[in-house]
Design a protein around this ligand. Structure first.
Ligand code: SF4
Ligand code: SF4
Length: 357
């Protein structure tokens, strides 16, 4: 049975593991703009193994608000809300899981959200594997569900092998792994061969810029590891190198050209371009025209090279398509000169100096 109303797939079928709670998603633009958190299913969560009934009764507290024509306050204005026919029965399953409850890392990126945490980076956190395994055994996690893993650095997280072996190598889930590639992990290479996705944010095309972004001198080592991952991705469909535009750090076309050249040499076919989230949030996603302009040039440059299958952009378009339209319709030169006075380099730079390590 189906019923038409406004809702979101993740409120009924999503789970996201934070270090201090179990929530529905990690998407909420409400969270990004007002510091408001996504719907919390279990505050103070520490790896508790919930029964199916308990889990869905917690989910239903929020899902029922949508079903009854309302919007949970945590979801207000979220771009993921859509009006469509939603299943009323056989809907007690999870199809999208995000694991982001650990923070330890062997890099110290200028933009890392963990730099702003009060706690030290640590792997000393609760386990997610036992609960996920149980959900799989109960068919709450069905074959083909999406598992996104990020947080700290996954290759040094202690459930890394268990999660990859249970869900990626068996092809039970479509697993998307974020890694900085400082440490090479055989299981990540094997996962690439099994049609899972791996994303590496390189954000640079040379050692000096890499050091500025990651604050570790490991460029050559990372390049070597990317080459091994690229070789493991035989169809060249599963490995993406990402370039996050970081104001005042790597926001120029020359660096991007070096990045593209390197990507070409390594045999990686997918690149993704994004704007750094801390900056984007600090301006309420009203990103300076300069970055749109730069993004367009980068995109054109990448597309000109026949070597690439595609360019993906995340927070640019999705979050503010009206603004993008306005941008598209105005003469670029005028807009760019406007931002030259608007852009406060000193303030932006401050965004990237607070870190504990
Ligand atoms: S509507 Fe937005 S905030 Fe609410 S569950 Fe969906 S993605 Fe998360
Ligand atoms: S690779 Fe960078 S962004 Fe990712 S967890 Fe480590 S320091 Fe943070």
């Amino acid at each position: 049975m189906k019923k038409k109303y406004r809702s979101c797939n993740l409120i009924q079928h999503g789970l996201c593991f934070f270090n201090d709670s179990l929530v529905s998603c990690c998407y909420s633009p409400v969270d990004q703009i007002n510091g408001q958190r996504p719907p919390a299913l279990f505050d103070g969560y520490k790896g508790e193994i919930l029964s199916k009934e308990e889990l869905f009764s917690r989910i239903d507290k929020f899902a029922s608000v949508f079903r009854n024509g309302g919007t949970p306050v945590q979801c207000k204005d979220c771009y993921k809300i859509e009006e469509k026919e939603w299943k009323e029965d056989d809907n007690q399953y999870i199809d999208f899981v995000t694991v982001t409850h650990y923070s330890n890392c062997n890099a110290d990126c200028v933009y890392c959200s963990n730099n702003l945490c009060q706690e030290d980076r640590t792997n000393d956190t609760y386990k997610v594997y036992p609960f996920l395994k149980k959900l799989k055994e109960e068919d709450v996690l069905r074959k083909g569900f999406e598992l996104h893993i990020g947080g700290g650095e996954f290759s040094i997280y202690d459930e890394c092998d268990e999660l990859i072996e249970e869900f990626a190598l068996t092809e039970y889930a479509k697993v998307c792994i974020a890694t900085n590639a400082i440490k090479y992990k055989e299981n990540i290479a094997k996962a690439l061969g099994k049609n899972n996705k791996v994303v590496i944010s390189l954000d640079s095309g040379c050692r000096e810029t890499f050091k500025k972004v990651k604050r570790i001198d490991a460029f050559e080592n990372v390049v070597e590891n990317i080459k091994k991952y690229a070789d493991a991705d035989k169809e060249h469909l599963n490995l993406t190198l990402k370039y996050i535009i970081i104001p005042t750090v790597n926001d120029n076309l020359n660096e991007f050209k070096k990045f593209i050249e390197l990507t070409h040499k390594l045999g990686v076919k997918f690149v993704s371009i994004d704007i750094e989230a801390r900056y984007s949030r600090s301006v309420n996603h009203r990103i300076d025209y300069y970055y749109y302009e730069l993004f367009k040039k980068m995109k054109e440059y990448a597309e000109k090279s026949n070597y690439f299958y595609g360019v993906f952009v995340h927070s640019f378009m999705e979050q503010d398509s009206e603004f993008m339209k306005e941008f598209e319709n105005k003469p670029i030169k005028k807009l760019v000169s406007r931002i030259k006075t608007k852009l406060n380099q000193k303030n932006i730079h401050k965004l990237y100096t607070s870190h504990k390590y």
